[in-house]
Structures are given as structure tokens and as C-alpha cells.
Design a protein around this ligand. Structure first.
Ligand code: PGA
Ligand code: ZN
Length: 420
């Protein structure tokens, strides 16, 4: 039974304020959660409530904190913390808007996640087991964003994320080691080619060298994987997040100094997939172009991931499924605002043969909920940045802990999209 709820304003990895909530139960359970925040956000995401006053450059979250303390808390106290769906529904009704703009998705999500953790803690079981049961044993393949571009970096790369996936590992701890080894070789390779100013990192811990083209980035990855002693395309494969809404303006995609239409951009991706071992592309087209997603899913035999287009929303995902737009869902709990709704989206994806990638945001914190969620869902994939910077490594370290605790696990490896 929930005894107390405490909310406060803390800061995220970009130094921006965000909401932390603690939930305490009568059975001596305790759960706390901090919500993350995106930079290249989808238009249809649930609303992050910001104060718009002077403090924190207009980004304060005191209103969201106050909504937890004075509106949500009195309605939730006394409930059994295991009643996740009821509690989430109460908050959805209290808010009453389609995008959680009255109370703020940041207020609602912080409570939703902290309630789940408090329930797990009361029952004295780890979060992944509380959420997933005894059938949760798949360790996800990490998509490690080692070269940052787009809105996450101060360089000219149009595509946002250049990721490595250690599919040839046998465990998550080995995958983290392989990723970390490549990351350090990459640092050396970048320094030799572009000088020491080029090894500064972007928002997600990846390097942000002064590159202009995707090929330059992919060549750096290829060289680093080989120099680290791994077989490119076998041990380690590549994934991209284009985040195309960010370079779509006036009906064209602005890439590498050119104005491309949908077909030309498709051909650009096709050429990259032919040249490099790219197994996954996220948001290849802008967030309203379901048709473009359908075409690329049909024409390229790889994983096509919907992030800004689906925004972890079952209605938008359902439309995507009907149109065969994409074949994987990027799952971001703060895009929808409650744990129950995020799990609904994951289940809808699984039922329809879509892959699920549990994901961080570019603005993160020490909160590790998504590591547990990835294991709970047997998602087979997690996207949580480079193997560097505390807010990213917190998730990798949590996965390593879970793997050790479980003992017998199955690393998704090459079957990352459908681990079963
Ligand atoms: P965001 O980026 O958190 O800034 O939205 C992550 C992504 O696009 O996947
Ligand atoms: Zn994305």
C-alpha cells in the first residue's frame, strides 16, 4: 500500500531540470525514478511540462513537481503499488488530455515508474523479474551510438546516430567489452586523422568529429572495428538513426549539401546498406511519412525502426502495422508517459512480428529502469548510447548485474529482432 509520494526537481545529463519521484509503501518498499528528456523529439510525443519562467532558461519543472504533490499524490495514496494499470489510468484520467499536457508526461511518468519500483521492492524482487516474471532471460544486444551527429553534436553530420551492435558476443558483458574496445580504438583513429579537438563527445557519449558525410563516419567505424580485432559484419554490425524529421524542410531532405526527395534519399540509404554492414535504420524518413516507411521496409531487407513516427503510441503503431511501415518499434517510456501504455505498445509490436528496442533519451540520468525493462520484455535490443558517460554506463552496468544475477541467460545476438 502506497504510504507516501515525494517529488522534486533534479537535473539531467545536459544540465536541464527534470522530475524525480519517490514512492514509499507500508510494506517498507521504496521506489524512485527520474524521467529522461529528448532533443530530437517527435511532434506527437506526450508533453513535457516546463515552467517557462526565468529560472533554468525557461526549462524548470516546478509545475510538474507541484502536480505530483498536490494533484496526483492524494489520488494515489492508499493504493496497492502492484495496481500499476489502475494507478496509470487514474493519472491518465486526472490529466484528461490526449498528450498529457495538463499534468505533464514528466510528472505522470515519474510516478508511474516509481510505483513499479516500489512494488518490486515491497515484494523484494528485482524490477526486471517483477515486470517480466520468470520468463525474462534474454539479454539485449546494445546499439551503441559511438559517432554522434544531428541535434546531438556540434558537427555537420546530418544523420544523428552511427551505432555499433556487437552481435557476435555471447553475453551482455562481452558485448559491452567489445563495444568499449572499439570505442577506444575509434578515439585513437579520430585523433590521428582529425586532431585532439575532434575527440570531444556529443550528448550520448559518442564522438562528434568534424565530419561531413555518413561515409566518413562509417569508414571510421569499419577501420576501428578491424583494428580492435573484430570482424566487421560478423562480430560487429552497424545501425543508423537518421532522425530524418530534423533535416526535412520545405518538402526536401537536406543531406550533405544536397536537396533530396524521398526516392533519392531511399537510394542514398540503399547505397550505404550495400557498402557497409548496416542491419538497422531508424527514422529514415520524416515522422508523417508512413508511406516512405512502407517502401523502404519492402525494398531493404533490414530492420526499419520507427521512433518519431510511432512515438511509443499504440494508435500510431497500429497505423504503421496496417501499412507495413517499418518492422520495429523504438520504445521510449517518456514518449507516451506511463509504464502501462509503453508495455501495451511493446506487446502490440511483438504480436505483429515487429521488433522492439527499449531506448534512452539524449537527456538521461542515473535512472536505470530501461535496462530492467529491456530484460523484462525480452526485447532483444537496447539503445542506450556509447559505452561512456555515467548516464549511459548506468544502464550497461545494470544489464551486467542482471546477467550475473540470472546466471543462465540468452544473449539475443544475431537474432536481435526476434530472439525467439
Ligand atoms: P532524442 O534522440 O532523445 O534526442 O529524441 C534519441 C533518438 O532520436 O532516438
Ligand atoms: Zn531516434
Amino acid at each position: 500500500e502506497i504510504k507516501d509520494i515525494v517529488a522534486r526537481e533534479v537535473i539531467d545529463s545536459r544540465g536541464n531540470p527534470t522530475v524525480e519521484v519517490e514512492v514509499i509503501t507500508k510494506g517498507k518498499g521504496y521506489g524512485s525514478a527520474i524521467v529522461p528528456s529528448g532533443a530530437s523529439t517527435g511532434t506527437h510525443e506526450a508533453l513535457e511540462l516546463r515552467d517557462k519562467e526565468q529560472r533554468f532558461g525557461g526549462k524548470g519543472v516546478l509545475m510538474a513537481v507541484e502536480n505530483v504533490n498536490s494533484i496526483i499524490k492524494p489520488e494515489i495514496i492508499g493504493y496497492d503499488a502492484r495496481m500499476q494499470r489502475e494507478i496509470d489510468n487514474i493519472m491518465i484520467e486526472l490529466d484528461g488530455t490526449p498528450n498529457k499536457s495538463k499534468l505533464g508526461a514528466n510528472a505522470i511518468l515519474a510516478v508511474s515508474l516509481a510505483v513499479a519500483k516500489a512494488a518490486a521492492s515491497t515484494a523484494k524482487i528485482p524490477l526486471y523479474k517483477y515486470l517480466g516474471g520468470f520468463n525474462s532471460f534474454v539479454m539485449p544486444v546494445p546499439m551503441m551510438n559511438v559517432i554522434n551527429g544531428g541535434k546531438h553534436a556540434g558537427n555537420d553530420l546530418d544523420l544523428q546516430e552511427f551505432m555499433i551492435m556487437p552481435v557476435g558476443a555471447l553475453s551482455i558483458s562481452e558485448a559491452v567489452r567489445m563495444g568499449s574496445e572499439v570505442y577506444h580504438v575509434l578515439k585513437k583513429v579520430i585523433e590521428e586523422k582529425y586532431g585532439k579537438n575532434a575527440i570531444n563527445v556529443g550528448d550520448e557519449g559518442g564522438f562528434a568529429p568534424p565530419l561531413k558525410t555518413s561515409r566518413e563516419a562509417l569508414d571510421l567505424l569499419t577501420e576501428s572495428v578491424k583494428k580492435a580485432g573484430y570482424e566487421c559484419g560478423e562480430d560487429i554490425v552497424f545501425a543508423l538513426d537518421a532522425a530524418a524529421s530534423e533535416f526535412y524542410k520545405d518538402g526536401y531532405y537536406h543531406v550533405e549539401g544536397k536537396k533530396l526527395n524521398r526516392e533519392e534519399l531511399l537510394n542514398y540509404y540503399k547505397a550505404l546498406v550495400e557498402e557497409y554492414p548496416i542491419v538497422s535504420i531508424e527514422d529514415p524518413f520524416h515522422e508523417e511519412d508512413f508511406e516512405g516507411f512502407t517502401i523502404i521496409t519492402k525494398e531493404l531487407d533490414i530492420q526499419i525502426v520507427g521512433d518519431d513516427i510511432f512515438v511509443t503510441n499504440v494508435e500510431r503503431l497500429r497505423k504503421g502495422i496496417e501499412m507495413k511501415a517499418g518492422n520495429a518499434l523504438l520504445l521510449k517510456v517518456n514518449q507516451i508517459g506511463t509504464l502501462s501504455e509503453a508495455i501495451d505498445a511493446a506487446n502490440l509490436a511483438f504480436r505483429n512480428g515487429y521488433g522492439v528496442i527499449v531506448s534512452h533519451r539524449s537527456g538521461e540520468t542515473e535512472d536505470t529502469t530501461i535496462a530492467d525493462l529491456a530484460v523484462a520484455l525480452n526485447s532483444g535490443q537496447i539503445k542506450t548510447g556509447a559505452p561512456a558517460r555515467g548516464e549511459r554506463t548506468a544502464k550497461y552496468n545494470q544489464l551486467i548485474r542482471i546477467e550475473q544475477e540470472l546466471g543462465i541467460t540468452k544473449y539475443a545476438g544475431k537474432k536481435f529482432r526476434c530472439p525467439f
